[in-house]
Design a protein around this ligand. Structure first.
Ligand code: 6PG
Length: 491
């Protein structure tokens, strides 16, 4: 038996509730279910009142109320809850029904679940959804992957629900990504890039505040201006707004100054770093951003250390400090240099994200379309930015582009920014301001562009102590040397 709902949504936390309202607002009838059933009643009596919803109190009722082939989406905490729901749904569904996971799931779980659900005669979609509460309600970026046969059934609805971009606002930020866990992997890389962007913005903030001496009102103006140019993005826009918000607990202080400097993390950035290590690709921006959050979380240890460990105080090294301040220039120059450093580092961060996607796609045989991934991130999601148009164009012109840094547009952008970028990193080091993401980006750039790195010495060391062998620049093959015989003999 099946009902007349077009879509079913399980899990009515804020994202689920907003996505259900979004789907209904596009002309679909929506069944909803939540384990704590009072949430269903609250929605039906509240925000969904008078709308085309069916509230259900059991999983059976939920499944039965949706038309076949059923499109049943869950937006629940990633992990065992998803497996538990799949186990409940499988016996209640009919062949060809589609189970969709819209959470921030680890891609390997989606690989496993796609197989399991397909073996049960159903279809499975792991769909990355980005955009936070507002995106879910008004138009998120959606990254579906899994059983390809599911796509024709969900395409129209998902594209209607998703964010739109382009001159006529009609290009949906939702396209089929690839088989099995490909959609969730692309979402994870989105989140890792989000980590990098956020860390870079935070480093710019610290520099502007501590070296440039800018107050919150001035920071607001700087971010407002940056948001008009090549850095235009959602994260720059909300950062601008944050600098204008006053404390909601009373008083005249800015809220940002009242927030404890301890960063949280739910884990997608960490996954991307771990998987980069597994693939052997240097995604240093996200990894640095994850570690920077970790260091911030050691607040008590930092407070203790701050009372003991010295940095380059003015009295310690006046000449060097004066030289750094000279490098920094006047305030307007410095703001402009930080903008360049941020832009160049951001390019490196995206370049790394796409290199990781390429490596993962090759490893898992997903056949990812990188221009498509950039298109999905152009609107609705947290990293949405003008700059993604350029990335999309770059991969459309050359689908095998090895690294974004090699594309003429980004090559020139880095060349234009690099003097300022180097000045910012060097002065931050002299002045004792941590800029881990700015500097790791610069180090990646310099490492990537050098034909010869010191790994020859490293290979010699490995061969010396462990007979690990090495390759030569002048002959093919693997060699081992008797370093103890070759070395300068001790007297
Ligand atoms: C999005 C976000 C979202 C993520 C939060 C929090 O795309 O809408 O990426 O999926 O959960 O940004 O992530 P952290 O708690 O790890 O910072």
């Amino acid at each position: 038996m099946s009902g007349d709902c077009d879509f079913g949504l399980m899990g009515l936390a804020v994202m689920g509730e907003n996505l259900a309202l979004n789907v209904e607002s596009r002309g679909y009838k929506v069944a909803v279910y939540n384990r704590t059933t009072s949430k269903v009643d609250d929605l039906i009596e509240g925000r969904a009142k008078g709308k085309n919803f069916v509230g259900t109190h059991t999983v059976e009722e939920f499944v039965k109320s949706v038309k076949r082939p059923r499109k049943l989406m869950m937006l629940v905490k990633a992990g065992p809850a998803v497996d538990a729901i799949i186990d409940q749904l499988i016996p209640l569904c009919d062949p060809g029904d589609i189970i969709i996971d819209g959470g921030n799931t680890l891609y390997s779980d989606t690989e496993r679940r796609t197989k399991l659900v397909e073996e049960a005669g159903l279809l499975y979609v792991g769909c990355g959804v980005s955009g936070g509460e507002e995106g879910a309600l008004k138009g998120p970026s959606m990254m579906p992957g899994g059983s390809k046969e599911a796509w024709p059934h969900i395409k129209e609805m998902f594209q209607a629900v998703s964010a739109k971009v382009g001159p006529n606002n009609d290009i949906p930020c939702c396209e089929w990504v690839g088989p099995r866990g490909a959609g969730h992997y692309v979402k994870m890389v989105h989140n890792g890039i989000e980590y990098g962007d956020m860390q870079l913005i935070c480093e710019a903030y610290q520099l502007l505040r501590e070296v440039g001496g800018l107050n919150n009102e001035e920071l607001y103006d700087v971010f407002a201006e940056w948001n008009e140019g090549e850095l235009q993005s959602y994260l720059i826009e909300i950062t601008r707004d944050i600098f204008s918000a006053k404390d909601d607990q009373g008083g005249d202080a800015f809220l940002v100054d009242k927030i404890l400097d301890v960063a949280g993390a739910k884990g997608t950035g960490k996954w991307m770093s771990q998987l980069a290590l597994d693939l052997g690709v240097p995604s240093t921006l996200v990894t640095t951003a994850v570690f920077a959050r970790g260091l911030s979380a050691q607040k008590e240890a930092r407070v203790r250390a701050s009372k003991t460990l010295n940095g380059p105080s003015e009295s310690m090294n006046p000449e060097m400090r004066a030289a750094a301040m000279k490098l920094v220039g006047d305030r307007a120059d410095f703001v402009e240099s930080v903008r360049h450093a941020l832009y160049a580092s951001k390019i490196v961060s995206y370049a790394q994200g796409f290199v990781q996607l390429q490596a993962a796609s090759a490893e898992h045989d997903w056949g990812l379309d990188y221009g498509n991934a950039a298109l999905l991130w152009r609107g609705g999601c947290i990293i949405r930015a003008q700059f993604l148009d350029r990335i999309k164009d770059a991969f459309e012109a050359d689908s095998n582009l090895e690294n974004l840094l090699l594309h003429p547009f980004f090559k020139k952008a880095i060349e234009d920014a690099q003097a300022a970028w180097r000045t910012v990193v060097a002065s931050a080091a002299i002045l004792g301001i941590p800029v881990p993401a700015f500097s790791t980006a610069l180090n990646y750039y310099d490492g990537y562009r050098l034909e010869r790195l010191p790994a020859n010495l490293l290979q010699a060391q490995r061969d010396y102590f462990g007979a690990h062998t090495y390759q030569r620049v002048d002959k093919d093959g693997w060699f081992h040397s008797e370093w103890l015989d070759l070395r300068k003999q001790p007297k």
